[in-house]
Design a protein around this ligand. Structure first.
Ligand SMILES: Nc1nc2c(ncn2[C@@H]2O[C@H](COP(=O)(O)OP(=O)(O)O)[C@@H](O)[C@H]2O)c(=O)[nH]1
Ligand SMILES: [Mg+2]
Length: 210
């Protein structure tokens, strides 16, 4: 697809504890695949995904931690220029929602202007140990714009969630972001990157493209 037909690009970073399904969500978005034995690699993985909103194409640049979160070493390089932070918990694991508090704190310091979304993943499981009232209260206490439930395993809710995220971002930005996928790392030309420290990190980076 030519860069000009991709429309505006919005950078979205996936955040949350190890095991909640971030990489599985990423792979669903990237290749529409689910692998029970998903293996983690080190580095950052990103892909682009077109979304059509009211007949107009926008592109989501989705970033996955690819396992780096276990070392708590996700830093500004990952957050740089993010338009949205997507916090993922697993509906069968209450601690995964609880620990999002520290991810929210990190995100607020590294990507203070990013729009926050909450995703409860693994809804295909029978044991939903986090009820919707608890998730809603978490979302409102931390200024989340919207919350969703998904299953990376079955694909349920994912299309809806990421179309809604794209729509919210597009409406709030008025289409004023970089149209070129290659500029999504720079941050300097990005309207939300103004508060982000652009000092260099040592974090390894690995990019993919859907
Ligand atoms: N049942 C179910 N399992 C999932 C789902 N998403 C991920 N998993 C499984 O949860 C485990 C951790 O997933 P992964 O994507 O590596 O999580 P990450 O550490 O957050 O990237 C893997 O065994 C996945 O197969 C889901 O929606 N439903
Ligand atoms: Mg992962």
């Amino acid at each position: 697809m030519a860069a000009s037909s991709r429309g505006p690009m919005y950078k979205i970073v996936l955040l949350g504890e190890l095991g909640v399904g971030k990489t599985s969500i990423f792979r669903r978005l990237k290749d529409d695949e689910f692998d029970e034995t998903v293996t983690t690699t080190t580095g950052i993985d990103s892909c682009t995904r077109p979304v059509t909103i009211n007949g107009q194409t926008v592109t989501l640049s989705v970033w996955d931690t690819a396992g780096v979160e276990r070392f708590r070493t996700l830093t500004r390089n990952y957050y740089r220029g993010a338009h949205a932070t997507v916090f993922v918990y697993s509906v069968d694991e209450p601690s995964s929602l609880h620990y999002l508090t520290s991810w929210v704190r990190d995100a607020e310091s590294f990507a203070s202007t990013a729009v926050k979304f909450l995703v409860g993943n693994k809804v295909d499981l029978d044991n939903h140990d986090i009820d919707s009232a608890t998730a809603e209260s978490f979302a409102s206490n931390h200024d989340f714009v919207e919350m969703f439930t998904t299953s990376a395993k079955t694909g349920e809710g994912l299309e809806h969630a990421f179309t809604q995220i794209a729509t919210k971002l597009h409406n709030s930005m008025g289409g004023k972001t970089s149209a070129s996928p290659s500029s999504n790392h720079a941050g300097a030309d990005n309207p939300v990157s103004g508060n982000i420290d652009l000092a260099t990190d040592d974090l390894p980076e690995k990019k993919g493209c859907c």
